[in-house]
Design a protein around this ligand. Structure first.
Ligand SMILES: [Zn+2]
Length: 379
């Protein structure tokens, strides 16, 4: 396949869906929107994105020992996993990060990447933490995919074991970092992804003392494992362009939800004071309209439980406007919004090689969720 061409198609579709969908929703919203202009929602905010690992075109020694943030050392970098069908993790992480970058930039954010391409070197783990700290970011997101026994599945967020020796990292990660991680967790659940059922993950979170990044990072840190590349179902979502888009939209939704729920920092890039309360999802911006993706995150503690309406039905070819589509028949006008989104997703479907009638329900759910997250009340 030609990843760059496919990616461009996805990016265009995502950007257009967010902007145009929202412009259609704002006039009917009772609550004041965050901004009347979708393109400025995150102006003044910087997000640091770290697509985990790096390409192989370099001569660096991965085993070189670097600061682990806990008074010891660890390897500078690792190669990452290779998914079931042979896609290297660094490429999956890179593709998803590009989609997140485009989505965030389309709403005004400044995005700083830990590495500039998917071919060569991208820095040791401590280099990346330093880059995040110096980027002026309001939140830093490390994007990874895991490798575990084939029967294990699901996503999880790694949060650092406390206390962290660095006092600032400890303060930030125990408050804002945790809130940001939970916001991404909630967005994942809302999008129909299942929390991991392995490695001691509880409610989508895994506490670890051996990951250097969060212990060295002094801006709120999200460390995501999107899924298990050795599991057939997880691998399918990690490897495919539409699966990568689903991941990217969930990440974007979580980041935006966190940023909009936190009281604006005193200055762009300042660590701020508000992140210690849990991120909350905005309420449904369109009164009377039932869009499952716009509901507040409902984290289910039972493994495998997903939010009603966000059920993933890959490949079922749900035709928008049928009973399976969120919001259908809820109120007059909701069909118009669905129609708009559907229309805007057509280029995406085309880029993915799908027939336009095969745009899946979860993509539409995600578009709703993202739009609602961007323009719901922030209280
Ligand atoms: Zn990784």
């Amino acid at each position: 396949m030609k990843p760059s061409i496919i990616k461009t198609g996805i990016c265009t579709a995502v950007t257009a869906a967010v902007v145009v969908t929202v412009s259609g929703m704002v006039p009917t919203a009772a609550a004041a929107p965050v901004s009347p202009d979708a393109a400025t929602v995150l102006v003044g905010r910087t997000i640091f994105l770290d697509p985990g690992h790096a390409g192989s075109d370099h001569n660096e020694n991965l085993a070189r020992q670097v600061d682990n943030g806990r008074g010891g050392t660890k390897d500078c970098q690792t190669t990452g996993m290779t998914s079931l069908n042979g896609i290297p993790e660094h490429t999956i992480n890179w593709n998803v990060a590009q989609l997140v970058k485009t989505s965030l930039e389309s709403i005004g954010a400044r995005v700083v990447l830990s590495r500039q391409d998917d071919a060569g070197w991208g820095g040791c783990v401590d280099d990346r933490a330093r880059a995040a700290n110096e980027s002026g970011a309001a939140v830093a997101v490390s994007i990874h995919a895991d490798s575990a026994p084939a029967q294990s599945k699901g996503f999880h967020l790694i949060v650092p074991q406390l206390p962290i020796p660095n006092a600032k990292a400890d303060q930030v990660q125990s408050t804002q970092g945790l809130a940001a991680s939970k916001a991404v967790r909630d967005a994942y659940v809302q999008a129909g992804f299942q929390p991991a059922d392995y490695a001691g993950v509880r409610e989508g979170l895994q506490t670890r003392g051996d990951i250097a990044g969060p212990a060295l990072t002094t801006v709120p840190n999200v460390f995501l494992e999107m899924g298990n590349g050795a599991n057939a179902e997880d691998a399918a979502a990690l490897e495919s362009p539409d699966g990568q888009l689903r991941h990217a939209l969930a990440i974007t939704t979580g980041v935006v939800s966190y940023l909009l729920s936190a009281t604006p920092a005193a200055a762009p890039g300042a660590s701020g004071s508000a992140g210690d309360r849990p991120a909350t999802a905005p309420a449904n911006p369109v009164p009377g309209q039932v869009a499952p993706g716009a509901a507040a995150p409902q984290y289910k503690t039972a493994p495998g439980t997903t939010v009603p309406g966000a059920q993933s039905t890959p490949g079922t070819g749900t035709t928008p406007g049928t009973g399976a589509t969120p919001g259908t028949g809820a109120t007059p006008g909701s069909d118009d919004i669905i129609g708009t989104i559907t229309k805007l997703l057509q280029p995406l479907a085309k880029a993915l090689g799908m027939d336009e009638s095969a745009i899946s329900g979860e993509l539409i759910n995600l578009a709703y969720t993202l739009a609602a997250t961007l323009f719901g009340p922030t209280d």
